[in-house]
Design a protein. Structure first.
Length: 556
């Protein structure tokens, strides 16, 4: 999709209006503010595309700022993974890497300013009591008995909180706004809590940490952010964002909310994703069944396909559920253009061409990618003993079955027409080998005009490489796992099938980890970046060939 054909959206319109009125002097500065408490997922990709994409479109800049205000859940592993994922998606923050912890001293001084102006106070209520006093959506809150402490007492207590005199959970600093506000976020929100934990960047310098709502807007202001985009669940927080900035009298960015991405058959809650990892339902944050960018990348998704997907779904205020099939459609379109074609037999069945000379090997010309003429061709070896897919033979054959069966003919892709002449079975009656004859005159076509309906793929037994193939399905059995009583009840027990006896053509011997390939008639695969090694090829199925979304679009 080119810049000229990009559909407009309400965020672009807001920024265009700001530029017309000169609100920010024509500047566009955005930021992406992840918490380093987990890996980024496909929902973050949408936010990243918006934050960085809007900045680029308007000639501005986008900052990466880590919201590192909760030391008990954060780690350097997450920081490194987040930066790597953003760069992999194709975006960069340049010199504008920031952390909320960079501003801890300034945030504290501003908090003291609100205390001195009577707009903040130290509260001795416990967390449970604060929730009780806050009221409900239909009932106003009640003021804390500590709400009217003198300014001097509040300053003294707040400074002693910073000095570490009090235990965790015994005191908080709260903004003094309106306990009767219909917006619960304005009912004296907590600004600081005591948390005696070592911070990954500041060590033990602090034992009080700012809440997100307090740190976020002020960090935006410090950095000169003009447009602070966030998902729709923060819309009710915008009055608080504005209140803090106005109460301090500092530079005031514009917060803009958009609908978050909801993807079918997926959970995007960091808490749920962490539980999936910690409870062993997946092998880690980069498990190819996970919706994390690390997992999608390992499975075989490309940055280009994900960016294309994010652009196509657009930016709206209305929440909706996007079908996973649409994301898969974007990947197929991308890999169809770039992935070389190769022959692979996932569930091998031995095929012996009885009238082909023993020891003879010939090579056939095979197209690397019909969508890319520059990709050229390769040589595929053919011999007397081959492997075909188990599903490409049936005895007896069901109705309208055009593959191999006793007495039936098929074309071997790129090679000859063969006719089944017999089978070998084991003691249980299962077919272990198929025998056939080939027509020497059918190489590259049949000069006699004889046609067959079926074409199947194969690999030469003497030249094939062993491979492990992992077939992935959705992690959940229902489109909306969050609607279940607990997502664990709708986990898909068949989300992974591992095939350890697959056979692939020799051209894949040097396939690099992370590289893509289309196994003809089967799907698009990626060389596993973690487990594959020389002599041990491991392929992850990124997506099958069947494109349900394309059919839906064509009917629409």
């Amino acid at each position: 999709m080119t810049e000229a054909t990009k559909p407009s959206n309400f965020i672009r319109e807001i920024i265009l209006e700001h530029n017309r009125t000169g609100r920010f002097g024509g500047k566009v500065v955005t930021r992406f503010p992840p918490e380093p408490n987990g890996y980024l997922h496909i929902g973050h990709a949408k936010a990243i595309s918006i934050d960085f994409g809007i900045a680029t479109e308007f000639g501005g800049r986008c900052h990466l700022r880590f919201d590192d205000t909760n030391p008990t859940k954060e780690s350097q592993e997450y920081v490194d993974a987040i930066m790597g994922d953003i760069r992999w998606l194709g975006f960069d923050w340049g010199e504008h890497l920031h952390h909320a912890s960079d501003y801890f001293e300034q945030l504290y001084q501003w908090a003291e300013q609100l205390v001195r102006s009577g707009k903040a106070y130290v509260d001795d209520l416990s967390g449970e009591e604060i929730r009780e006093y806050r009221g409900t959506l239909t009932e106003p809150g009640r003021p804390s008995p500590y709400r009217d402490r003198a300014v001097e007492e509040n300053l003294d207590l707040f400074r002693r909180m910073r000095a570490g005199e009090f235990d965790d959970g015994t005191r908080t600093l709260r903004a003094k706004i309106d306990m009767a506000s219909p917006n619960i976020n304005l009912r004296d929100p907590v600004m600081y809590r005591i948390r005696k934990a070592t911070h990954q960047r500041t060590g033990d310098a602090w034992c009080i940490y700012p809440m997100y709502d307090w740190a976020h807007g002020e960090s935006d202001s410090i950095e000169g952010v003009t447009h602070s985009m966030c998902s729709l669940e923060y819309e009710d927080h915008r009055p608080l964002y504005d209140w803090y900035l106005d109460a301090l009298g500092i530079f005031h960015p514009q917060q803009i909310e958009f609908a978050r991405l909801n993807l079918s058959h997926t959970v995007l809650s960091k808490r749920s994703l962490l539980e999936l990892v910690e409870q062993g339902h997946v092998t880690g944050w980069d498990d190819p069944r996970m919706p994390t960018l690390a997992g999608l990348r390992r499975r075989g998704y490309t940055a280009e396909a994900i960016r294309d997907f994010c652009e196509r779904i657009g930016v709206t205020k209305a929440a909706n559920l996007v079908e996973l099939a649409y994301l898969e459609h974007c990947l197929r379109e991308d890999l169809n253009r770039r992935a070389p074609r190769r022959l692979a037999v996932l569930r091998p069945l031995r095929l012996v061409v009885e009238n082909y000379p023993e020891g003879q090997v010939e090579e056939f010309e095979a197209i690397n990618n019909p969508e890319d003429p520059a990709a050229g061709t390769r040589k595929v070896p053919f011999s007397r003993a081959l492997y075909i897919e188990q599903d490409d033979f049936r005895d007896p054959a069901p109705p309208k079955y055009f593959r191999l069966s006793p007495g039936a003919e098929v074309r071997l892709r790129y090679a000859y027409i063969v006719k089944c002449t017999g089978v070998t079975r084991d003691a249980a009656g299962a077919v272990t080998e198929v025998r056939c004859t080939y027509d020497p005159d059918s190489r590259g076509g049949d000069s006699r005009g004889r046609k067959v309906k079926g074409t199947i793929h194969w690999v030469s037994a003497a030249h094939a490489l062993d491979a492990e193939v992992r077939l992935y399905d959705t992690l959940f059995t229902v489109p909306k796992p969050d609607d279940a009583e607990h997502w664990a009840s709708v986990l898909n027990p068949h989300s992974l099938e591992t095939l350890r006896g697959a056979k692939v053509e020799r051209a894949l011997a040097g396939a690099a980890p992370g590289s893509h390939v289309q196994f003809e008639r089967t799907g698009y695969f990626c060389v596993d970046a973690r487990d594959s090694a020389p002599g041990h090829l491991v392929f992850n199925r990124a997506v099958g060939l069947r494109d349900t979304w394309a059919k839906i679009e064509s009917k629409g």
